[in-house]
Design a protein around this ligand. Sequence first.
Ligand code: NAD
Length: 433
Amino acid sequence: MTARHIDPPSGKLGVLLPGLGAVASTFIAGVLAARAEGAAPLGSVSQMAHIRLGTKDESRNPLINEFVPLAQLDDLVFGGWDPISANALEAATAAGVLEGQDLGSISRELEGVVAMDAVFDQRWVKRLDGVRVKDIESKWEQAEALMDDIERFRNENGCDRLVSVWCGSTEAYQEPSAVHESVAAFEAGLKDSDENISPSQIYAYAALQTGVPFANGAPNLSVDLPCMLELAEQRGVPIVGKDFKTGQTLMKTLIAPGLKARMLGLRGWYSTNILGNRDGEVLDDPENFKTKETSKLGVLDTILQPEVYPDLYGEIDHVVRINYYPPRGDNKEGWDAIDIFGWMGYPMQIKVDFLCRDSILAAPIVLDLALFMDLAARAGESGVQEWLSFYFKAPQGTGSGEPEHDLFIQQTKLKNTLREWMGEKPVTHSEAG
Ligand SMILES: NC(=O)c1ccc[n+]([C@@H]2O[C@H](COP(=O)([O-])OP(=O)(O)OC[C@H]3O[C@@H](n4cnc5c(N)ncnc54)[C@H](O)[C@@H]3O)[C@@H](O)[C@H]2O)c1
């Protein structure tokens, strides 16, 4: 197989984060700590995982980071926008994810990541009161102001390339409408300040127009819209989304494929969460929760295929609840009560109680997405990067088929994509391979 041409990752890579809250500040702090103290970037596939090449007997198993030409941690520069946090140190302190002792030595650098004023509209996030907001009414002019921010950031920091990862709040639920049907309709909508255009869409538009790949960590539509697909293809820019796969959904996509692999039936899956961070507060509003609920509910159906296995998965009660409970902060607790059945229909139960840390699980995903989206851009990719579905609760697909939700198939797809780009054979795990 011939390797694809990939431009080398020379110079600096700017990582732009709309939303400088818990996830974004934890991500930046972890990279700074890895740089300063050599702390292992735990949870990051791009940094920690090996990839097998060739047959089993060849014993070729390099680190992904040594196999594909990724930007290195030392070459990353960070920026972002936020309507509340003034800088990444303030965001990290307010989020309370990391202990003071872990922030001490990097606090100056964190403070240096100053938030740019946001494009923000409280109509989409009722629970937040934005203060550091661009004083511009017209949505078209808001998009232009974001494009100016992006170019200023690029020049001031001497960046060779940029990527953006949406780490902003989850917006109120929305169905796509006429204004999202094409780039022309969307641009006309920006000029009319159409009420169906949300802030995250304005960031996405500004990023794509300036040639910056856009990954969407929240369940908002953002780049999951026909106009954004068209724009991404027009501008030759990679996009991906949506909603980081962490916590409870990560568990779900670990357990459900296992049940299905052994042909065990599922009758119901009741998931509930308590969390007390700003994200939990935003999701306490029913409109914002609906966006998250839709993203979380899709997972089981696509993994279990009830249409193919009606006896096993034809009648599932799947319920997801999130309760805002301030004492827990970012340290969420997610319970799952899973009702399964086996041989001769006998019922069994599985209980999961995951005391996780949301931002600790999300931060390495932000790093991997930034590095892999930059790689995709240098490899000449544009449009939806389905091979990165591994990182998302509600992956955006290409074509008419449903994107894959099973974490292990997603992992194979990710690694095989890297193998193909580098001119190596895909690994099939057959007897010969
Ligand atoms: N932590 C996880 O495990 C996880 C998993 C999946 C998805 N997410 C999503 O990632 C996002 C970030 O999560 P978080 O825990 O950091 O939340 P957070 O509330 O701590 O941070 C979000 C930040 O976005 C800012 N913001 C809101 N509207 C904005 C706008 N228009 N422009 C710029 N900034 C804006 C808020 O002020 C806030 O600081 C949320 O949408 C969340 O649902 C998180």
